[in-house]
Design a protein around this ligand. Structure first.
Ligand code: FAD
Length: 283
């Protein structure tokens, strides 16, 4: 189906974009890889598309002296995949970006669009939750920081107000921790886990574990507690991650049932932790 008639505006500055977003029915357009399809399907209506894809202020990747990384919301997956700075500071993230979907989407799709859209199949929401990233937003009433754990509010929704933009995301330093990222690909994805693991003398010192393929990506505190101090053997990791699916509320769709997703949560959590232990992606 063709796009319904819609106004289009491409601002030169963030301030101009924010002013335009004050208009009723206005919505940011980034890479358009989700929004344009949704509009064509008539699943939502928009009166004014505010094209933020060429705002230079949203398009940089910077690494601070402490190893933290700030990624502009408008940085494309391709730019993430090809950034030597990101690869050095967060090798796992560049690898995920490099393997997301296909070349066409990677060329247009943006980190911020992926996070704001919060499709449960999207790769990056559980990642930012696992690393405790900070989301930087700005709107007519000023700027604010939102912890990643509070950014995702439900199926395709986030904590931004209609007149706010996500401008960038700061990932804390990895400080030698390793990243594991595992998914079960049925359709787009049926289950996904991200693990960030610190080792000490051959045992697990600490771990954070987040699950994706959910309306809201979640951390698994009970699993994290069980992993802290555990042996790094497959048996010990399997035991510590066994309860990863407890209490989660996945959706049933054409790709997988909720029960299957719940059953696969411990499987991907265990594999992600073991991947991190066995080298994973070091920062
Ligand atoms: C066929 C196909 C398969 C895909 N498969 C996957 C997959 O397996 N894994 C994966 O991770 N991704 C996948 N994607 C991409 C994924 O759907 C992303 O959600 C998409 O790329 C969104 O990024 P975008 O820059 O194109 O955003 P857009 O489509 O332009 O915008 C998406 C939404 O976010 C809002 N938005 C965008 N930027 C901002 C901002 N800075 N501040 C506030 N709101 C904002 C928009 O208003 C809109 O509501 C796929 C895409 C396609 C087309």
């Amino acid at each position: 189906m063709l796009l319904a008639p819609v106004e289009y505006y491409r601002p030169d500055t963030i301030d101009e974009a924010l002013e335009a977003l004050q208009t009723d029915g206005a919505r940011p357009l980034a890479g358009g890889q989700s929004l344009i399809s949704i509009l064509k399907l008539r699943a939502t209506t928009v009166d004014l598309l505010v094209d933020i894809s060429r705002l230079d202020d949203l398009r940089s990747i910077s690494v601070a002296d402490d190893g933290s990384v700030t990624i502009g919301a408008g940085v494309t997956y391709d730019e993430m995949a090809m950034s030597p700075d990101l690869h050095h500071a967060y090798p796992g993230l560049s690898t995920i970006a490099a393997h997301t979907v296909d070349a066409q989407v990677r060329n247009r799709g943006t980190f911020g669009g992926n996070l704001c859209h919060n499709d449960p199949i999207n790769n990056f929401p559980p990642f930012v939750v696992a690393v405790d990233a900070v989301m930087h937003a700005t709107g007519a009433n000023g700027s604010r920081d939102i912890p990643a754990g509070e950014f995702f509010t439900g199926y395709f929704t986030n904590a931004l107000t209609d007149d706010e933009l996500l401008t960038s995301v700061t990932l804390p330093p990895l400080n030698g921790r390793s990243i594991g990222y595992q998914e079960i690909e049925i359709g787009e994805a049926a289950a996904r886990a991200v693990a960030i693991v610190a080792m000490s003398n051959g045992s697990i010192e600490s771990a954070s574990v987040a699950l994706g393929c959910l309306p809201i990506p979640v951390r698994r505190p009970a699993v994290e507690s069980a992993l802290a101090g555990a042996d790094s053997t497959p048996e010990a990791v399997a035991e510590a991650t066994a309860a990863a699916g407890d209490g989660i509320e996945p959706v049933s769709d054409a790709d997988a049932s909720a029960d299957y997703r719940r059953a696969m949560a411990p499987v991907v959590a265990k594999r992600a932790v073991l991947e991190a232990i066995q080298g994973g992606h070091h920062g």
